[in-house]
Design a protein around this ligand. Structure first.
Ligand code: GLC
Length: 719
C-alpha cells in the first residue's frame, strides 16, 4: 500500500478520525468490549465514525472480524481498523501478574509468556497490546504495583525489552502483535501512592530511575508508546512538551506512534491545565501525541486550529503516517482479518502447551520468605487441611484479559490432583474481600482450627483478593486483615506444620503474622495454573526461584521504602536503629521486613569473599569480580547470585547500592561453582551534576550476594 498516496486522498476530518480511538460501540451499536475507564458516550457524526482509526478493548475473532468488515464498508478510504487491548499478563491463558514475573528475575521466562499471549491475542483479532507497563514502583499503596516488574530500573529495563521481544519478535510471525510501552512517564510515583495523583521529582531522579525502562522498551523496537494520566512537575504528561516532544521525540529520536491514556487529553481541563477542548487539542498535538484515546478533542477542534494557522496540517500528516505505517507493517491492508481465527481459538486457547508455560511462570514467580523446617511437605501424608477462600478460587489478578477464574486451577484443586490418595479438607477460615470482615469469623476460625488439629500439613491461603489491586485500587492500609491474623495465630497454635500462601498484587505488611508462622511464601496473583504451581512448590515437586522485585515494608508508614536509597548525612548504623540524631523512626526500623532481591529456596548456599581482577581501572577498561558459591544444603537447589555496585563519592549523592547483574545457578548438594561478573565503565555511569550521563573517577564498592542487604563486598577505584 502506498500510504503517502493514501494520505493524499484523505480530507483533514478523515485524518483526525484516523487519529482517534474509541470503543467498538461507535461502529457496532450495543457491541461491548472490556470497560477500562469512565464510560463516555460519543455522539460521533456518522462520517467521523466511519473513519475512526483504531478501536480499543474488543477481543475475539468473530467480533473483531465483524467490526472490521462493517467499518471497511463505511470508510471511504478503506483503511482497516487497528484493534488494541490490554493484554497485560495473558489473553486467555493467564500467567502471573507482572510483579510476579519481575520476581522470576528470568527475562526468558517472561518473553516466553508474552510470546504465548501474543499468539492467543493475534488469533483473537488483537493487533496491539497496551503492554509492557514499565512504570517503576516504590510505593506499595499504589494499586498498579501489580502491573509493574518492580522498584529497580535495571531489572525493569531487562523485563521491558523481554516483553517487547515476546510480543513483537521481529514481526516474522503472523502471531506477533505490536506492543505499547506505558505510562510515559513516572506514573508509578503518584504522590501518596494514590492512583492518578500528581508526580513531582527532579530531572535527575526522573532520568536515573524512572525513564530507563521506557527507553529499554523503545530500544527493543516497541511500536507504540502511551503517555500517562499524571502531571509531571505540574504539567500533565499528555500535554508535556518537554517530556514527550523534547525528550522522547528529539533527544531519544522516537518517531513511532504515541497514544494518550483513556480520556487523558480532555482530563487536562480537570487538571486545570487547559480551559477548553480547543486548547486541549492544541497542547496535545504540540506535545507530540498522535492518537487520542477515548475523547474527541482532535475531531472537534483541530480543523479550527489548522484553519487559523495554530497547528500545521503537516504535523497531523506525520501522525497519520505513523498509524498507517503500523497498519502496513501488520499487513492489514492486504489482510484486514490478519490472524483472527475462530477455529484456532478453540485449538490454542488454554492448550496444554500454554498451560505448561503459565504453570512454570507461576512456579518461578513464587518467593519463599520463611521456612523453619516445614517445607517441602512430605507427599506421604494422610490428611491435608487447606484454609482460606483464595484457596478455592482462581486467582488471576487484575487486567486478566479474557481469562476466566473458573478455568483457573485453585490451590485446593492443585493439592487434590497432586495427592489423589490423601484426605484434603477445605475450610473457609475467613470472609474474602478487603472490607474489614469481622462477622462470624469466630465460627470460621473454630472450624479451621478443628480441622487443622489432626492434619499432617496445613495450607493457609491469605492476603488480597484478586481485585484488591489494579487500576484505581490504591490502599491506605496494606496490612494483613485482622480476621486473617487471628486465623493464623489460632491455626499455627495447634499445628506448627502450617505454610502460609500469600496472594497479593503489591507488597503487604506481614509483620503481624511473621512471628507465628513457620513457613510462608508469596504467590502474587498466579493466574490459570496457580493451583498446580502452588501444590508443586508446597510438596517439593519444584523448588522456589523467585526473589522480591519490590521491598515488603514493616509498616505502611515506611512507604515508599526501597533498597537503593541515599545514605543521608546521618545514616543509621546500629541494626536496632536506636541511634538518636540518625535517620530513623522512633517506632520502626528503617529497613523493610523483606528487601529487594530477597528470597529462599529449598537449598542452603554460601558465598565466598569477592576476588577482584584489579584494584584500579582506567577509562574503557573492565574488571572482573568473582565468588565461589556452595550448596551447603542437603538437596540440589538453585540460588540467584546478585551483583550490586556503589559509587562512594560523586558530584551528586548516589544510592547505597544498585543492582548491576544477576545469575541463576543450580547446584547439587555439596557442589560449588564460580560466578564471575564483568564490571564495565557503562555500569558506572549516571546523570552527574553537570547533567551528562557519564562515570566519575573515584572509589566504588562491589557487592555480590543473595539479596540487596548483602555486605559481601570489596572495593576498586576508577582512575
Ligand atoms: C486505562 C489504563 C491504561 C489502559 C487504557 C486502555 O485507563 O490507564 O493502562 O491501557 O486505559 O484500557
Amino acid at each position: 500500500m502506498d500510504i503517502q498516496k493514501l494520505l493524499g486522498k484523505m480530507t483533514l476530518k478523515q485524518k483526525l478520525a484516523q487519529l482517534s480511538q474509541f470503543t467498538c460501540d461507535v461502529i457496532l451499536k450495543d457491541a461491548q468490549g472490556m470497560i477500562t475507564g469512565p464510560s463516555a458516550a460519543f455522539n460521533l457524526e456518522s462520517d467521523d465514525a466511519a473513519c475512526v482509526g483504531t478501536i480499543q478493548s474488543v477481543c475475539g475473532a468473530e467480533i473483531t472480524d465483524k467490526i472490521q468488515k462493517l467499518h471497511l464498508q463505511e470508510d471511504p478510504n478503506k483503511i482497516p481498523l487497528l484493534f488494541m487491548s490490554d493484554i497485560i499478563h495473558g489473553y486467555k491463558t493467564i500467567y502471573p501478574i507482572p510483579l510476579g514475573m519481575g520476581a522470576t528475575f528470568n527475562e526468558n521466562m517472561l518473553e516466553e509468556c508474552c510470546r504465548m499471549a501474543a499468539k492467543e491475542s493475534a488469533i483473537g483479532g488483537v493487533h496491539v497490546t497496551f503492554a509492557p507497563m514499565v512504570d517503576l514502583v516504590r510505593d506499595a499503596r499504589w494499586g498498579r504495583c501489580m502491573e509493574s516488574t518492580g522498584e529497580d530500573a535495571y531489572l525493569n529495563s531487562k523485563m521491558a525489552a523481554a516483553q517487547v521481544m515476546g510480543y513483537q519478535g521481529n514481526f516474522e510471525s503472523k502471531y506477533n502483535i505490536a506492543s505499547c510501552v506505558k505510562h510515559f512517564a513516572a506514573y508509578g510515583a503518584a504522590e501518596a501512592g494514590r492512583d492518578y495523583n500528581s508526580v513531582d521529582m527532579s530531572e535527575h531522579k526522573l532520568r536515573e530511575y524512572y525513564l530507563p525502562a521506557y527507553k529499554a522498551a523503545i530500544d527493543a523496537g516497541c511500536e507504540v508508546l502511551m503517555t500517562s494520566f499524571n502531571t509531571l512537575n505540574g504539567v500533565p504528561a499528555a500535554g508535556n512538551k518537554w517530556l514527550v516532544n523534547d525528550i522522547l521525540r528529539e533527544e531519544w529520536g522516537y518517531d513511532k506512534l504515541i497514544i494518550s491514556d483513556y480520556n487523558a487529553f480532555m482530563e487536562m481541563i480537570e487538571h486545570g491545565y487547559c480551559s477548553n477542548g480547543k486548547e486541549v487539542a492544541e497542547k496535545a498535538m504540540l506535545a507530540g501525541n498522535d492518537i487520542e484515546m477515548m475523547s474527541n478533542a482532535y475531531i472537534s477542534y483541530m480543523e479550527e486550529l489548522v484553519s487559523e494557522g495554530t497547528i500545521s496540517e503537516e504535523l497531523i500528516d506525520k501522525a497519520v503516517l505513523r498509524i498507517l505505517s503500523l497498519k502496513e507493517k501488520l499487513g492489514l491492508f492486504e489482510n484486514p482479518s490478519r490472524t483472527a481465527s475462530k477455529a484456532e481459538e478453540e485449538a490454542v486457547f488454554l492448550c496444554p502447551k500454554h498451560r505448561t508455560i503459565a504453570r512454570k511462570a507461576a512456579e518461578k514467580s513464587a518467593v519463599l520468605l520463611k521456612n523453619n523446617d516445614v517445607l517441602p511437605f512430605s507427599k506421604d501424608v494422610n490428611k491435608v487441611t487447606v484454609i482460606g477462600p483464595y484457596a478455592n478460587k482462581g486467582m488471576n489478578g487484575a487486567w486478566f484479559g479474557l481469562g476466566n477464574e473458573a478455568e483457573s486451577v485453585t490451590v485446593l484443586d492443585g493439592v487434590k490432583k497432586l495427592l489423589p490418595e490423601c484426605e484434603v479438607t477445605f475450610c473457609e477460615g475467613y470472609k474474602a474481600g478487603f472490607a474489614e470482615v469481622a462477622e462470624n469469623s469466630a465460627e470460621l476460625i473454630e472450624e479451621a482450627v478443628n480441622s487443622a488439629m489432626d492434619a499432617d500439613a496445613v495450607i493457609l491461603c491469605i492476603g488480597e483478593n484478586t481485585f484488591e489491586s489494579g487500576e484505581a485500587f490504591s490502599k491506605s492500609n496494606i496490612d494483613i486483615p485482622d480476621a486473617q491474623v487471628a486465623l493464623v495465630k489460632a491455626v499455627t497454635a495447634v499445628n506448627r506444620n502450617t505454610a502460609g500462601v500469600i496472594f497479593c498484587g503489591r507488597p503487604l505488611v506481614l509483620t503481624a503474622i511473621e512471628p507465628y508462622i513457620s513457613a510462608m511464601f508469596v504467590m502474587w496473583q498466579p493466574g490459570t495454573e496457580g493451583g498446580n504451581a502452588c501444590a508443586n512448590l508446597l510438596f517439593g515437586e519444584c523448588d522456589f526461584e523467585g526473589r522480591l522485585p519490590m521491598s515488603f515494608p514493616r509498616h505502611v508508614g515506611q512507604c515508599p521504602v526501597f533498597y537503593n536509597y541515599l545514605k543521608t548525612g546521618r545514616p543509621q548504623e546500629t541494626p536496632d536503629g536506636e541511634n538518636p540524631y540518625k535517620t530513623r523512626y522512633i517506632d520502626c526500623l528503617n529497613t523493610p521486613l523483606y528487601s529487594f532481591g530477597y528470597g529462599l529456596s529449598y537449598g542452603e548456599f554460601e558465598v565466598s569473599p569477592i576476588t577482584i581482577s584489579k584494584d584500579t581501572v582506567t577509562r574503557g577498561e573492565t574488571l572482573n569480580a568473582k565468588v565461589k558459591v556452595t550448596n551447603v544444603g542437603g538437596r540440589a537447589s538453585n540460588t540467584l547470585v546478585q551483583l550490586y555496585v556503589a559509587d562512594v563519592f560523586a558530584s551528586v549523592t548516589r544510592p547505597v547500592k544498585e543492582l548491576k547483574g544477576f545469575e541463576r545457578i543450580y547446584l547439587a548438594s555439596g557442589e560449588s561453582t564460580e560466578v564471575e561478573f564483568t564490571i564495565t565503565e557503562e555500569m558506572l555511569k549516571f546523570h552527574t551534576a553537570s547533567g551528562r550521563f557519564e562515570a566519575e573517577n573515584g572509589l566504588f564498592k562491589v557487592f555480590i550476594g543473595f539479596d540487596s542487604e548483602t555486605e559481601n563486598k570489596t572495593e576498586f577505584t576508577l582512575a
